[in-house]
Design a protein around this ligand. Structure first.
Ligand code: HMG
Ligand code: MG
Length: 284
């Protein structure tokens, strides 16, 4: 039997958050409902962040309330602070994600906080989640290059991964936020990170700005990672990361993994349909 690799679908959140057009909740719900039939086990559908910072994600509660839950699928949401956590859980998110940066420049731009301040803000989130029995995923952004600070030392990434591990994050997703990481840089970064957290608890989150995301997936696979974030239609980018283009497309990762003999459990036809739907949402 072939080995399994999971694609964590982040399109409804990371894919859509940067779109200029205000996308109605009903369209987001239609996308999530289609994705729910594709075989994903986890779909990130919303962010409970300041609507002033990311207006596109202001309707997260509506999206979570309106989607049709599929058995075996966990619906995830970003929570930058306790208020976001409470909003996400009240809206029915099955798990939340906290998100930090390995670089100070991006931390300031994305969270208006230093790395250490952002980590301190996550403590009440972690405590509440533990009390509620809610799983928390962690993200580290700018794991290779920061749009403000340039190349990011692997040790800086490992330090933040260790902090998220100590918080009890069940998995940490490593974000090449602006898609500038080379396979060599990703490999070096993973070398440092794997001293802090095992491959089984790490995910790769590659944006495809420079067209190297699939190569970086291969580097991560060789290092033992078996979870990759991707967005249908290759939509996405972070509003606070100048130069960040789309997430690597789920369709591309799926085809790449299956060609390499991995089992994803996904229905490629439904994924392709969702990709077309996501693309059509971009242009309105
Ligand atoms: P701040 O301005 O420092 O904090 O923002 P604040 O506490 O002064 O709050 C500002 C305003 O937001 C206030 O409203 C708060 O009430 C409100 P006002 O008084 O001005 O009317 N507020 C909230 N509203 C709703 N939900 C909340 C919430 N918290 C405060 N949870 C803050 C700090 C963290 C809130 C802000 O910086 C923020 O929302 N940042 C989020 C940025 C973001 O979502 N970025 C994109 C996601 S990260 C990403 O894409 C990277 C990733 O994909 C991995 C990768 O690719 O690397 C994950
Ligand atoms: Mg991202």
């Amino acid at each position: 039997m072939s080995e399994a690799v999971e694609i964590f679908e982040v399109g409804p959140r990371d894919g859509l958050q940067n779109e200029a057009r205000t996308i109605p909740a009903a369209e987001k719900i239609a996308l999530v409902d289609l994705l729910s039939r594709a075989g994903f086990r986890r779909i990130e559908v919303a962010s409970f962040v300041s609507p002033k910072w990311v207006p596109q994600m202001a309707d997260g509660a509506e999206v979570l309330a309106g989607l049709t839950r599929a058995p075996g699928v966990r619906y995830a949401a970003l929570a930058p602070n306790l208020r976001g956590y409470q909003g996400a859980v009240a809206a029915g998110a099955d798990e939340v994600a906290i998100f930090a940066s390995a670089s100070e420049g991006f931390s300031q731009a994305n969270l208006n906080a230093t790395i250490d301040e952002s980590l301190a803000r996550f403590v009440p989130v972690i405590e509440a989640a533990r009390a509620d029995g809610v799983l928390v995923r962690g993200y580290v952004s700018c794991v290779t290059v920061c749009p403000f600070d340039g190349a990011v030392p692997p040790g800086d990434v490992a330090r933040v991964v260790a902090a998220l591990r100590d918080f009890g994050c069940y998995e940490v997703s490593l974000g090449d936020t602006i898609g500038r990481g080379t396979p060599e840089a990703v490999d070096g970064m993973l070398g440092a990170v794997l001293d802090e957290m095992p491959a089984a608890q790490l995910a790769g989150h590659f944006h495809d700005t420079a067209g190297r995301a699939l190569e970086n997936v291969d580097v991560a696979l060789a290092r033992g990672l078996r979870v990759f974030d991707a967005a249908v239609g290759g939509l996405g980018g972070c509003p606070y990361a100048p130069g960040a283009s789309g997430n690597v497309a789920t369709e591309a990762v799926l085809a790449h993994l299956e060609a390499a003999g991995f089992e994803t459990g996904l229905d490629a036809e439904i994924v392709a349909q969702a990709g077309r739907l996501a693309q059509s949402m971009r242009t309105g």
